[in-house]
Write a protein of this length. Sequence first.
Length: 560
Amino acid sequence: MDFIQPYFVWIKSLIAAFPEAEIFLVGGAVRDSLLKRAASMEASLVPAGRESKDYDFIVRGVQARKLQEFLGTVGIVNLVGRTFGVYKFIPDEGYDEFKASGLEAFDVALPRTETSWGTGGYRDVEVQSNHELPIEEDLGRRDFTINAMALRLEIRNLKLEIGDLVDPYGGQKDIEAKIVRAVRDPKTRFDEDYTRMLRALRFACELGFEIEPGTLGALKEVMPRLNDTRGESIGLSPGSSKGLALAEFVAPREVISRELIKAFYADPVRAFDLYDESGAFAMLMPELLKMKSCPQPPEFHSEGDVWAHTRLALGVLKSEEYARLFGQTHPLLTSPIKGEENPPPLVGGARGGVDPYNALLIMAILLHDVGKPPMLRTPQEHGVDRIRHDEHDIVGAEIAREIAKRLVLTIMPIEGALHVDADKLVWLIKHHLLLLHTAAEDFKASTVEKYFFNEKNPGEELLRLAFCDGSASLPPGGGGKPNLQNLFDMMARIKRMETAVREKKLVVKPLVNGDEIMAILKIPAGPGVGEIIRALREEQLSARVTSKEEAVEWLKKNFG
């Protein structure tokens, strides 16, 4: 880390204006800098490429009024409310470089202490800023030791350089040992802010760290309070969104959703295990726990119950087979793919390519069989021929809709890989059995278009969901490979259709419209016109009709 960029010149000006001042870099930027340093010594450390976009500074020795006045002379400054006592600051010098780098506004604050009101709400604190407060006291209010470090910034030989590391709680050692540990008393830290529990789980997933036993124990102890509310909570339960108009969650669902999605995006299997072990699933997605000990027909699922199957399916995302098929490795896939350095995806993408690894797909895999427990039928209890979960796709889609609404899973920015579209999530789960019973070549061309070439439908994610689901469905004995031939046949068929479009052997745009059909055939408007349009579309997509002239001839021959 260096400070040669022009948007850091304001720090030199601050030190020049207030020689008695001390300025420290704190928070995630310090953590990420030390992670990169550790990664350079240990190549296997996962977060080697982390680049911080957030810079937080603590300024000692300058009164609040004078600090605000100074910042106003060298940039744009705004106070983030009385609750936190933080200035959001964007410097004038180096403004263009600042914006181009994608940085967030700098957080600049005096040292401060926080007194929690004891509700578990992250905003429910009384903040006391004190420009004379030792930096160690400010660090003592933070969540985890890896975030409770500071780097002193100072001028040497007219250059702004990094000085000593202030690390009163052993954050550097915990980074080296790959440990997430709460600052001071862990239960107190979690009682102050319930969302810190999910933040601990996220860091464990993102960094590949273990949670220190005392911290994990306190986390489990406080987890049952994650659904605490303010106001009346009539009808409110972990598995219901009813009653939300009467009560407000202390831990905002939007914050919880961000933490959950980031954890599962970082490492789906680790997140699955930690959310189970910690009790987070019991509070947020109790429907999933019913998958435990929910049996599956052994002739199709020798891997075990629905829980085991779902865990295996999540693990497929970081497999070499998945990366080879879909053209991009999982962020945690460390072993190289044999063969081509950058293997092309088998499916190029009907919509111009979709990130092969995204939160929508992960949530679809997590929830794809959530409908199996309520739809379980057994020979012993129901007299069916084998263990069955008929219509679990339909029921599961509605359960997923309720979960997405309850947890606000749509919270992340639409343009990013972390976004979960609730309607697309429901669609994926509702159709995840599409290729189970019908051979790829038996699908009408118009049906293939509907599912895999329609911009409104996440067809590419459906193929990937089917691959993960099928790969986690182990045949009897567990030694053989799952039968994915029908999926591969469909992917090959899609590829052929894409190639035909590129080579102009297949015209995608409709050759004639409804009005033209009525004029050609001299028929009135009605349902019959729609049937003719669909029939012609099938001929067109099958490349049997390739021009408007051929379409007119086909219409007259078949309907004239």
